[in-house]
Design a protein around this ligand. Structure first.
Ligand SMILES: Cc1cc2nc3c(=O)[nH]c(=O)nc-3n(C[C@H](O)[C@H](O)[C@H](O)COP(=O)(O)OP(=O)(O)OC[C@H]3O[C@@H](n4cnc5c(N)ncnc54)[C@H](O)[C@@H]3O)c2cc1C
Length: 337
């Protein structure tokens, strides 16, 4: 997390009357009932609290190492489990794109996120299909001569989710509760959803087992729904230029829900299926249409969708009446306190 965000959140917390302690968690102890009794901190020693929030990232110090809550791996149909990132400079006055660009690579996809002063670039890939060295080389080639001397950062990702996120006197949030590869940038949305569910249940029912169960069920539903939507991106791919894309299309299993949606799309029963499966979907109707049609999946039943409606006059209106992205950002930062 960038330092400016960290200090913003810290200031907010202090204003609410919280005490901020900086220390390293060495471990935690549980009592006979299975609650966390205390943390062991490097400088403060034993530190007891009523409730604990595990936001220790992939290390999952409390929810996994302490409470031993199982982790369900999504690796059988979401292959990407590593990333390499290389930040590049952006000339100050160059136009800035308003969107993240995601581009298919030999064993995954590359992102380019334009920021005000630099571009965040990276390659999310499958270690079963590509080594870290190969991934870095491919990313450098993709970025061109400008990236030759820039440093690369490698990281591994654990893809899946906990069976329970709120367990007894502990809530796991963020990477400690699970992670789905960032193709649709859903991680912070899942953090927000978890917190909203938790706060809603806690404020109405306290730390009760059925409140925990309802919260866990909803968070799991969203995780699995997001997984299905991301898996569909890979399942519908039409590439045959590497084992990765062929494996993703032909060898990755799909959930019953996704299988039924794909079948319904092909047979022209898509609306019915969307209705029937709506309780287990994280993404709504328009997203599914955009995905299936955007991936070029058309059967004779979907013929009417083949001709996209274009509105050149709207594009022209936007170009004439709105500032470009760089000017808009400059305006906003000049106005912020
Ligand atoms: C390649 C990639 C791309 C992503 N893209 C997106 C995106 O586009 N959109 C999106 O919403 N999300 C994205 N995410 C996810 C986003 O980065 C995470 O959701 C977010 O960083 C979660 O933060 P976290 O606090 O759970 O974990 P982290 O950011 O890993 O923070 C964990 C913290 O715990 C601390 N810690 C660890 N061990 C100890 C210890 N023993 N004692 C004390 N402190 C400790 C660490 O110092 C760290 O500060 C992406 C993630 C990856 C890997």
């Amino acid at each position: 997390m960038p330092d400016c965000w960290r200090s913003f959140l810290k200031q907010r917390a202090l204003q609410q009357g919280l005490t901020h302690i900086t220390d390293t968690v060495l471990g935690c102890e549980c009592n006979a009932e299975g609650d966390i009794a205390a943390l062991t901190l490097q400088t403060r020693g034993r530190y007891a609290a009523d409730f604990y929030i595990d936001c220790s990232g992939f290390r999952a110090l409390l929810i996994e190492q302490g409470l031993k809550i199982p982790f369900i791996e999504f690796g059988e149909n979401l292959f990407n489990d590593a990333a390499v990132a290389i930040g590049s400079l952006r000339p100050t006055d160059a136009p800035i794109q308003a969107e993240t660009v995601s581009q298919a690579m030999s064993a995954g996809w590359a992102w380019a996120i334009p920021l005000q002063h630099r571009i965040g670039n990276g390659y999310v890939y499958s270690r079963a299909h590509l080594s870290a060295e190969q991934a870095e080389r491919e990313l450098r080639e993709h970025l061109g001569p400008q990236a030759e001397t820039l440093p690369a950062r490698h990281l591994n990702m654990r893809i899946g989710r906990r069976t329970r996120h709120w367990h007894r006197n502990c809530l796991a949030v963020g990477l400690s509760q699970g992670f789905i590869e960032p193709l649709e940038a859903t991680a912070l949305m899942l953090v927000q959803l978890t917190l909203v569910q938790f706060v809603t249940e806690l404020s109405q029912h306290g730390n009760a087992p059925d409140a925990q169960d309802r919260c866990n069920q909803e968070v799991n539903r969203m995780f699995d729904g997001v997984r299905d939507y991301i898996v569909a991106h890979y399942k519908l791919n039409g590439r045959s230029d590497s084992d990765y894309w062929i494996d993703a299309r032909e060898h990755a299993p799909v959930s019953d829900t996704l299988g039924a949606l794909m079948e319904a799309w092909d047979s022209g029963q898509f609306e019915d299926a969307l209705q029937r499966y709506s309780p287990s979907l994280a993404y709504l109707r328009p997203s599914w249409y955009v995905l299936f049609s955007g991936m070029g999946r058309f059967s004779e039943h979907a013929g009417a969708l083949r001709t996209p409606t274009r509105h050149p006059e709207r594009t022209q209106f936007v170009q004439q009446h709105y500032p470009d992205h760089l000017s808009a950002l400059r305006q906003m930062t000049a106005q912020s306190p």
